[in-house]
Write a protein that binds this ligand. Structure first.
Ligand SMILES: [Zn+2]
Length: 579
């Protein structure tokens, strides 16, 4: 089977008109040469989304989302890139049965290749040992915890024996010791040895399903050190960007319409045992913005189920607020008796766990219950203070039915009448805009260099000649994003004479790069380009590059102590000034 080539993908994109496709989901109005619609990617009633039939791209002037027909389907239907390609192919009646449609995976950076391979290799080795004599006790422990073979396979669970088997094997395969230590799998002190020994091993994956680390659990009563040890953070394992099970849960999450957010990977596995596959877990950190972005890509509704203890509830409350601020729907599940999902499964089985997970609370109900449990309900002052605190929350609720429901509940808990609560709420200043729904337009300061880079890119998108000039004379942009885009443009022209923006953006994995390209291509600058303007841009950019380089060198000059190196740096600075 053939892989989908860039040309085939362009053919698929060209087989439909973006106006027809977006028109299936949004109501469009003609506005001059373009069409406009109410943008589905932010909260609005005015039409801020513009669709250009000429360029086959769309762009929102409020929330900055933009792209081609694939990007639109991806974001609107929350599907993967490859699924969007398939969908468009269907619409355009292009047969893909002869193609191998694997998920598009971003190319791995050279320096990380060894780290990924070592983690992959470690997983194989651990899995092997689980099925040897050395792994018998670990296997017995897993079976006793209701891990059958299917489950062990699904989560690639293994066993790390007492000896340093990874170090030995990595050495044989020629990995260098620096990389081994970087991977976190090997520790260096007076000698090298494996980080994990005599533990049941659970691999951790990144959003694309590559193994980036492990969590190891003790399993014998005689073992006294920490219950879990995780790989340390590394270049490829960043806790704030890792959600356990994320790569496996996408399909079921889309199907179910929401995802469970849990505290640990054992909880994810407990839910799986109960037949629920739409679950992820944070890895011992608070919920970060990167996590929220990851969740947004697959769903708009999150059911938070963190541990029932106080720390877990504080975390749940914070996570709920962060998700609400990101315009997501949130439900909170409060498990009884400080239990976590794993414990509930052990005690009450699938049915018991599922029943508990169905008991969802809105964030306000949750907050009310949580605060109520902190007070002494027999104390009048406590109840009064509780009532006042809760009125601050209910006050923000605009829906009158919800409001009525919360007032009744607050009345039940606090012992004050609904009438009094309503009077109190009536006396509070009305809040017009709900806190959670503001869309901030990010305006970036655009300085002279930035502007020059942006405008030069605009002309590079339009002309191979300009791109060639850039490559020959400048080859550098200060803005990280622009530098990447510029190198992609140069590369694109190696096989094309003209650049089609709607096709070009298929080469990018990251949304922000796509947005930048759309932004730049939407600038209204005079065409064709003038030689003079392009030369000016290039001069400004080179000047800036030299300036940055000089600043860097000066900084180095100050902290380098070696007089020989100092003189080398000085020479470089002088050379720069001569240019
Ligand atoms: Zn928008």
């Amino acid at each position: 089977m053939e892989r989908l080539s860039q040309d085939k993908i362009n053919e698929i994109r060209g087989s439909v008109d973006i106006v027809d496709v977006i028109g299936q989901y949004l109501s469009l109005h003609k506005n001059g040469r373009n069409y406009v619609a109410v943008c589905p990617f932010h909260n609005d009633t005015r039409p801020s989304l513009t669709i250009s039939p000429e360029k086959q791209i769309y762009k929102c002037f409020v929330c900055d989302s933009g792209g081609n027909v694939f990007t639109f389907l991806q974001n609107h239907l929350k599907i993967s890139y490859i699924e969007a390609v398939k969908k468009v192919a269907e619409m355009g009646r292009i047969d893909l049965s002869e193609y191998h449609l694997e998920h598009k995976v971003a190319p791995i950076k050279e320096e990380y290749v060894a780290l990924y391979s070592m983690n992959e290799e470690a997983c194989k080795i651990y899995r092997y040992y689980l099925n040897t004599k050395l792994g018998l006790e670990a296997k017995a422990y897993l079976n006793q915890r209701h891990f059958n073979d299917e489950l062990i396979d699904r989560f690639s669970i293994g066993y790390a024996p007492i000896d340093s088997v990874l170090y030995q094997s990595f050495k044989q395969e020629g990995f260098n010791e620096i990389d081994m230590v970087k991977s976190g799998l090997v520790i260096e002190s007076s000698r090298h040895f494996d980080r994990f020994n005599d533990r049941v091993m659970f691999p951790l994956h990144d959003s694309q399903g590559r193994i980036v680390g492990f969590s190891g659990r003790i399993f014998k009563i005689t073992q006294t050190d920490s219950k879990y040890i995780n790989s340390p953070e590394s270049d490829i394992f960043i806790k704030g960007k890792t959600l356990y099970n994320y790569h496996r849960c996408k399909e079921m999450t889309r199907k179910e319409g929401f995802v469970y957010l849990l505290e640990g990977f054992m909880d994810v596995i407990a839910l799986y045992k109960a037949g629920l596959e739409n679950a992820v877990a944070i890895m011992g950190t608070a919920l970060t913005n990167d996590h929220i972005q990851m969740l947004r890509r697959i769903t708009s509704t999150v059911h938070i189920c963190l541990d029932g203890d106080r720390a877990g509830q504080v975390a749940a409350s914070k996570a709920a607020l962060a998700l609400l601020k990101a315009n997501m729907n949130v439900k909170i599940i409060l498990l009884p008796d400080n239990h976590d999902p794993d414990e509930i499964y052990e005690e009450h089985g699938s049915a018991g766990l599922i029943e508990q997970l169905k008991k969802t609370l809105s964030p306000i109900e949750f907050q009310m219950d949580f605060e109520y449990r902190q007070i002494d309900s027999s104390n009048y002052d406590d109840r009064k203070h509780f009532l006042e605190k809760m009125c601050q929350l209910i006050h923000r609720v605009n829906d009158s039915l919800d409001r009525d429901y919360y007032i009744k509940r607050l009345s039940d808990l606090s012992g004050f009448s609904s009438n009094i609560i309503e009077q109190k709420l009536g006396g509070m200043k009305k809040i017009e805009a709900p806190v959670y729904h503001e869309v901030k337009k990010v305006t970036r300061m655009i300085d002279k260099y930035h502007k020059a880079e942006q405008e030069l890119l605009f002309y590079m998108l339009h002309s191979k000649e300009v791109a060639k000039k850039y490559e020959a004379k400048v080859g550098f942009m200060y803005d990280d994003r622009y530098r990447v885009i510029a190198s992609y443009i140069v590369d694109y022209y190696r096989s094309h004479d003209q650049l089609v923006v709607a096709d070009f953006i298929n080469r990018f994995e990251k949304d922000e790069l796509i947005k930048s390209v759309i932004d730049i291509s939407s600038l209204s600058l005079p065409l064709p380009y003038s030689e003079k303007a392009v030369n000016e841009y290039m001069e400004i950019i080179s000047l800036n590059a030299r300036k940055m380089k000089k600043e860097q060198l000066l900084e180095q000059f100050h902290y380098v102590l070696d007089p020989y190196k100092k003189s080398e740096i000085l020479k470089e600075i002088i050379d720069l000034e001569k240019e």
